[in-house]
Design a protein around this ligand. Structure first.
Ligand code: SF4
Length: 608
């Protein structure tokens, strides 16, 4: 399927609309948990959030103004930075960089005599960077007023420049700029088994929740979002609680290099929603949320259409026929650009309309989640698998994979390959087999599981993607021998520094230090001391941070130092230490005040 990506952004697509805060709050039922949605709508409507808006929203929702401002400043898409009427964000993901996004970005900047991060004097255009757009299989990509444009070329940038110069409303831009392709390259159990909507629900109802959970437990399905927690155990734990339970679909795939959930939602929405409804039945939840990645608003019309059709068919709503009249419904909550919200407790904070800061655990979300209610958060792929397993049985699922890693896995393959896209393969498939399928040649390194995963050198391509060897949430980024490992690691370091929520010091400071050191090492200013400090800081982040982001932010450094050490030795061989600032220059004002310019008033400096 090819998606029309513009439909979801009705605000800016249709040109600038005006809205009053009161109308906006009314549209969201004056519900404080809808705060991110309210702020998103405001940005879509008027392209910015003013201090007066924050005050009015705080008053309307009866929230402290500081909390509203804190939320607006936390999420990248809501931030108060300068914005043009056309706000263009180029993906800074490494595969987009490798595909030439830097030169394309400069071409657009040059066309308007603009600097990165600035706004043209007439307020027409601003150009910035975003961590990743989820389009690594068809990059380079950009977002214009949150609407993605993939497969950029000089000609397409020229066309975009002309449209912006003529101030053509986004809704009138040529159709051929926007289509997003699914790129499914390999199908197995999940993607090749047809689903009759309602059939898995009917099966679960016929056998009952306990038997359905037993089937799931026998299949040993584990969470596909990266944590690999047994799916049946999580659902059973939630079911065992008291209170109004909640099911959440984590569709916030923000790991650079990952796009398989985008494809599942665009091509297999019925399968995924059947799984979510089934999960609700198994835990006894009547309310659910899809937390959709902020970069995927183009999926909303399609998802809403599938939801409406399921309601029409009696597969969702107050009386779900195949479940004997069980009641369950859900709503879509769209994120606003924060990778950390992929962590389930941060996601729940975002669902509650707060900054996405991970919670201390325990208690775990299955007992104390959304608004303190028992909440089971599941990845999109996990939910898709769940409905088919209940319908076809544990043995069917275990017919693929290894004894410890059952079933199949969707891989998002990007980078230096002939055929980027989604590959569904049995767990236990080797990295080399995936490279061969995708048409990779002269491969120098592979990043499995995105920047937080594992960086492999060529002598490790025999390793297998499986929980017992290489766990992966699904990203596989391929780098051939023309690529500079330090540039790759520096890009990942920049990503983590940008995405750290700032709550705990080891991660907040550590990710920034690592990004600075990698920047020096890739611009001929690195030292041997930087290399030593990199290892120390990476270890500190891994052992002292609050959540998974900080625990894994040092992984690319750890792996690169261990497997590509000569690359560091080459650039850091000249100096043990270089000062980070010019001491003599910084004392110039003091010399001016004292009127001294003699030799003794100038300080040389040496490192320790
Ligand atoms: Fe935030 Fe990083 Fe600490 Fe996680 S580890 S809570 S992302 S600062």
């Amino acid at each position: 399927m090819v998606s029309d990506t513009r439909v979801g952004c009705t605000g800016l697509r249709g040109g600038m609309t005006t809205t009053t805060i009161d109308e906006l709050l009314g549209r969201h039922g004056r519900d404080p948990t809808r705060l991110i949605q309210i702020l998103r709508d405001l940005v879509l409507a008027q392209n910015r959030i003013t201090p007066g808006d924050l005050t009015a929203i705080a008053a309307g929702l009866e929230l402290p103004r500081a909390r509203v401002q804190g939320v607006a400043e936390f999420y990248a898409f809501l931030g108060s930075g300068p914005r043009g009427r056309y706000h263009v964000l180029f993906s800074d993901n490494i595969t987009d960089v490798m595909a030439g996004s830097g030169a394309l970005r400069q071409r657009l900047l040059d066309a308007f005599d603009l600097k990165l991060g600035a706004v043209t004097p007439d307020g027409r255009l601003s150009v910035g960077l975003t961590s990743c757009t989820g389009l690594c299989d068809q990059g380079p990509a950009l977002l214009v007023n949150w609407v993605p444009i993939p497969r950029l070329t000089p000609a397409r940038i020229g066309a975009i420049s002309a449209l912006i110069r003529a101030e053509v409303p986004l809704a009138e831009w040529p159709e051929n700029l926007f289509p997003i392709h699914a790129h499914i390259e390999r199908r197995d159990l999940l993607l090749a088994t047809p689903l009759v909507p309602g059939q898995a629900l009917a099966t679960a109802f016929a056998v009952g929740p306990d038997a359905a959970l037993a089937t799931l437990a026998a299949s040993d399905l584990r969470g596909r979002g990266g944590a690999a927690f047994p799916a049946a155990q999580k659902l059973a734990a939630c079911r065992a609680t008291e209170g109004a339970r909640v099911i959440v679909m984590n569709a916030d795939e923000g790991e650079p290099g990952t796009f398989k959930d985008r494809v599942l939602l665009s091509e297999y929405a019925d399968l995924v929603l059947e799984g979510m409804t089934l999960a609700a039945f198994l835990v006894g939840a009547h309310e659910g949320f899809i937390y959709l990645r902020g970069e995927y608003p183009f999926l909303i019309p399609h998802l809403e259409a599938v939801l409406a059709e399921r309601r029409r068919q009696g597969l969702l709503g107050p009386h779900i026929a195949p479940l004997g009249g069980y009641a369950f419904d859900l709503q879509i909550h769209v994120g606003a650009g924060a990778y950390v919200c992929g962590e389930e407790s941060a996601l729940i904070e975002a669902l509650e309309g707060k900054r996405g800061i991970p919670r201390n655990r325990p208690p775990y979300p299955v007992t104390h989640g959304y608004l303190g209610r028992p909440t089971a958060v599941n990845n999109v792929e996990t939910l898709a698998a769940l409905s088919l397993i209940v319908q076809h049985g544990a043995a069917w699922w275990r017919s693929r994979g290894t004894p410890r890693s059952t079933g199949t896995k969707l891989h998002s393959v990007s980078g230096d390959v002939a055929r980027p896209g989604v590959y569904e393969l049995p767990l236990g498939t080797s990295v080399q087999e995936i490279l061969d399928l995708a048409g990779a040649t002269h491969t120098h390194a592979v990043q499995v599981g995105g920047p937080s995963g594992t960086l492999l050198a060529a002598n490790e391509f025999h390793r297998r993607v499986a929980f017992e060897d290489l766990p992966s949430a699904g990203a596989l980024m391929v780098f051939d021998s023309s690529r500079d490992i330090l540039q790759i690691v520096s890009n990942f370091a920049r990503f983590f520094a940008h995405e750290s929520c700032g709550f705990c010091t080891p991660c907040r400071v550590g990710t920034t230090l690592v990004a600075q050191m990698m920047d020096r090492l890739t611009t001929d200013r690195g030292t041997r001391r930087d290399v030593k400090d990199l290892a120390r800081v990476a270890h500190l982040m891994r052992t002292s941070s609050q959540c998974g982001l900080g625990h894994t932010a040092g992984n690319p450094i750890r792996d690169a130092l261990e497997k590509f050490r000569p690359a560091f030795a080459q650039v850091a061989s000249l100096h043990e230490f270089l000062p980070m600032f010019d001491l003599d220059a910084s004392l110039a004002p003091a010399r001016e005040v004292t009127g001294r310019e003699d030799d003794e008033a100038h300080l040389g400096q040496e490192g320790p």
